[in-house]
Structures are given as structure tokens and as C-alpha cells.
Write a protein that binds this ligand. Structure first.
Ligand code: AMP
Ligand code: GLY
Length: 418
């Protein structure tokens, strides 16, 4: 089969790595891909949001199956357009992707179907939102823009002035564009966070191994949020008892709710959970694999990834056993100094002695190959994942490996997995 994958980050490097292992796959084209992906597949210079461009390429290349990975094309309706053009796809359609595309939609869905989530209010006017926080006078308070914002649309405001600043940025200065037309203001919760990626075809839902994302830029989970500075799997807080509760009270109810709303979700649904003292709550839904979570979850998958993906598209996921190894994974993300605020790109990268046969996987996020060699091309540059028999060994091995990588102003957190 000829496969086309849409996307070009560390998550897609991991997805392509494991799709490629399937005996059913002959060739993989990745739009736009990155320098790491180019080592294992053919990369095509078409943006992940260029839906007309991807359809034209798929027709010209006689593609058999399309895997749409990132949120933007999914929310824009790439799967609807590709399906209409006759291509079989993995990924939710536009109506289902709204579970991530609109926090107003997802909060209202959870409320309607009794799925545990923080209490909230929705505002489409800056003045009404400011009046509400003044009167509520309770901090921290959580302000979220409705739409996609590269993981940066959430503010935990510790004071009235911080809340007012966030509301002004989102609703008046439009720093997130139309994504900030409406905001959700919600109750602040505390507890360990768990990322759960699940395959679903709308009939059954099959959870992957649990993971934990480290979103903040600095050690001890301080500083501004990033796309994710590292991840571990499994997540030690996610016990069998909690898993069972989440399946019955969150995962199955969400799948059923989407069916009842006429928005059957087919693809990978991501549950961002917080284990509060009142039980697990949904912090967010994503309509896709998480990044960097995918960089720790897929290396532990024992079932052939493409077989699962194809079964989801064919609505026969019930026939597939989704099996994970009992090993541990730790991923440390090496970023450009100054990320997520201001950073430079174009720095030469060297990997040192890296043995591709070892327990270390290097997944590229922001890299580019030039005539002079490999250079940095983004905030998050590479993810280094180690697989080992214990969580501690995975952490030790990941740090040993990341220390071999060098580029000017490299930055990584020292406390991933500790
Ligand atoms: P989100 O993009 O919705 O996942 O939010 C980003 C991060 O903000 C989450 O991973 C949490 O750490 C934090 N967060 C979001 N909502 C809440 C909440 N209601 N209470 C406490 N922290 C939150
Ligand atoms: N790591 C969080 C996300 O993918 O949204």
C-alpha cells in the first residue's frame, strides 16, 4: 500500500517509524515531514493545512490510505475532503474534531452527558468576562480560549490583574486570532495529570498505555507552558482501579455522547485527565495523538500500528487486540534556548555517537537538512526516548543519550521522569 501521512513534528516522526514496520506498507509520503522523517520516508513540501494540495498529490500519486495526524487539518475538515475525494482515512471528520477545536463545544458536551470536568462559564464579551472574575473573586482561576492555540491558550491566573491581562490579550488584542473570540473561565483543580490516548471507531474504544506530559518549560513544572518538554510512560499514578473508572465514566460515555450528537469519532482521541481528590476529571480533549506522548507510547506498542489504524477506518476495531509491552519509556525534549518565548533557529546539530540499534530513539521535531548539514528549525528540536525495564533506567538512559546531542543554546529539563 501507498500511505500518505499529514504532519511534520516529533509525533509524526514516531507515527511514521511505527507505520513503516507494517508488512502491508510499501511506501510512505509525508506532507510536509521534517529532516528526521526524510531519513525513513519520502517528504513532500506541501503544508499540513493545504487540503487542496494534499488531495491533488494523493490523486497524482495513487495513494491508498491517508493518516491525518495534526489538529489543524483535522479541525479544518481534511478528512471530510479526502473522504469525499475517495480516499480511506485515519482521523476524525470535522464535526468530531470539534471536540478539540472548540472548548465551548467540549465543555457543553461533558456537562450534558455527566462526564466529570471542572465547573465553568462561557463568555463572548470581554466586559462580561471581567465583571464575572471581579464578582467571583476566587484565585487561581483558569482562563481558556475557545479555539486552537498551539497548547498556549490556557492561563492559570493567580490574581485579578493576571486574569484581566489574559482576557485582554485573548479577547481584545486577539493574540490567538479568532480562537479567542470566546473564552471558558473554569474552576481551578489540582492533582497529578495523566494523558490517555485511545483508539476508537465509534463502536469500541481501546486505551493505549498511560503517559505523563511535562508541559512547563522549567523544572518543577514552573514557567510558561510549551508544546511539551518531555514525557514518560506508563504514568505511575494511573492505577488499574483508576483505569477502570475512566473507562466506565469517561471514555465510553464520551464515545457514546459523540455518537448521540451525530459526530461519531473515528481515530485517536486524547483524554487529558487530572486525578483530583474527587476522582478523575477531564481537563481537555484532543482529536489526535499527543506530542510528545506519542514518542513514549508508540515505542511500547507491540501490535502492528497500521493494522489498528486500518481497523479503525473500517469500523472493525473490535477484532484487534491492542497490546503494549510492560517496559518503560522516557522522552526528553531538547529545545532551542529561549523557547517558548523567543529563540533562534538555524544552529548546526550534532548527534555524537548514536547507535540506531540501541534502546534509544531520536524523534525529530524542528530540524532541517541543508547543504551544510542538519540545523535547528523550531522551538522543540528533537525528542530522545529511551526504553528500559524500569522507569528509573529509562530516565537514566534518556539523559545519557540527550547529553550526546549538541547545538548552540540547547535547553532541556533535568527532571523528566524523576
Ligand atoms: P489544556 O490545554 O486545557 O490541557 O490546559 C493546559 C494545562 O493547564 C493543563 O495540562 C493543566 O496543567 C492546566 N489546566 C487546565 N485546566 C485546568 C484547571 N481547570 N485546573 C488546573 N489546571 C488546569
Ligand atoms: N502534549 C499535549 C498535546 O499534545 O496536546
Amino acid at each position: 500500500m501507498k500511505l500518505m501521512v499529514i504532519g511534520g513534528g516529533g509525533r509524526e516522526h514516531a507515527i511514521v517509524t511505527y507505520l513503516k514496520k507494517s508488512p502491508k506498507i510499501d511506501s510512505i509520503y509525508v506532507l510536509p515531514g521534517n529532516a528526521g522523517i526524510a531519513e525513513i520516508a519520502e517528504t513532500i513540501d506541501i503544508a499540513a493545512t493545504d487540503i487542496d494540495g494534499m488531495i491533488e498529490f494523493a490523486k497524482r500519486t495513487d495513494i491508498d490510505f491517508v493518516f491525518v495526524s495534526p489538529d489543524d487539518p483535522l479541525v479544518l475538515g481534511a478528512v471530510d475532503a479526502l473522504t469525499e475525494a475517495g480516499f480511506k482515512c485515519f482521523g476524525p471528520n470535522k464535526a468530531a474534531a470539534e471536540i478539540e477545536g472548540s472548548k465551548v463545544f467540549s465543555k457543553n458536551l461533558m456537562k450534558k452527558y455527566g462526564i466529570p470536568t471542572a465547573s465553568y462559564n462561557i463568555f463572548d464579551s470581554y466586559d462580561a468576562a471581567v465583571a464575572y472574575i471581579k464578582q467571583a473573586d476566587s484565585y487561581p482561576t483558569v482562563i481558556k480560549v475557545e479555539g486552537l492555540a498551539l497548547g498556549k491558550g490556557v492561563t492559570i491566573a493567580e490574581s485579578f490583574s493576571a486574569a484581566e491581562t489574559a482576557l485582554k490579550a485573548a479577547m481584545k488584542d486577539k493574540v490567538f486570532g479568532d480562537s479567542g473570540n470566546r473564552v471558558v473561565i473554569e474552576e481551578f483543580l489540582t492533582g497529578p495529570e495523566v494523558s490517555m490516548l485511545c483508539f476508537t471507531d465509534g463502536k469500541v474504544i481501546k486505551p493505549m498505555v498511560s503517559s505523563m506530559d511535562y508541559k512547563a518549560i522549567y523544572e518543577g513544572n514552573t514557567g510558561p507552558n510549551t508544546g511539551g518538554m518531555g514525557a514518560v510512560s506508563p504514568n505511575r499514578y494511573y492505577t488499574d482501579e483508576i483505569a477502570n473508572y475512566c473507562m466506565q465514566q469517561i471514555f465510553i460515555p464520551t464515545m457514546n455522547a459523540m455518537n448521540l450528537e451525530g459526530r461519531t469519532f473515528k481515530g485517536c482521541i486524547y483524554f487529558g485527565l487530572m486525578l483530583t481528590d474527587k476522582g478523575p476529571y477531564v481537563i481537555e480533549y484532543n482529536c489526535r495523538f499527543g506530542d510528545p506522548e506519542t514518542q513514549v507510547v508508540l515505542p511500547l506498542l507491540e501490535t502492528d500500528l497500521f493494522s489498528i489504524v486500518e481497523a479503525v477506518a473500517d469500523s472493525r476495531l473490535d477484532e484487534i487486540d491492542v497490546v503494549f509491552s510492560d517496559a518503560y519509556a522516557c522522552c526528553v525534549v531538547a529545545a532551542s534556548g529561549g523557547y517558548p518565548v523567543k529563540y533562534e533557529i538555524g544552529k548546526p546539530i550534532s548527534f555524537g555517537d548514536f547507535n540506531p540499534e540501541s534502546n534509544i530513539h531520536i524523534f525529530h521535531s524542528g530540524t532541517k537538512l541543508t547543504r551544510e548539514g542538519l540545523i535547528t528549525a523550531g522551538g522543540r528540536v528533537v525528542g530522545v526516548t529511551a526504553i528500559a525495564a524500569t522507569a528509573n533506567q529509562a530516565r537514566v538512559d534518556a539523559y545519557e543519550a540527550v547529553k550526546n546531542i549538541s547545538f548552540e543554546d540547547i535547553y532541556f529539563r533535568m527532571d523528566i521522569g524523576s
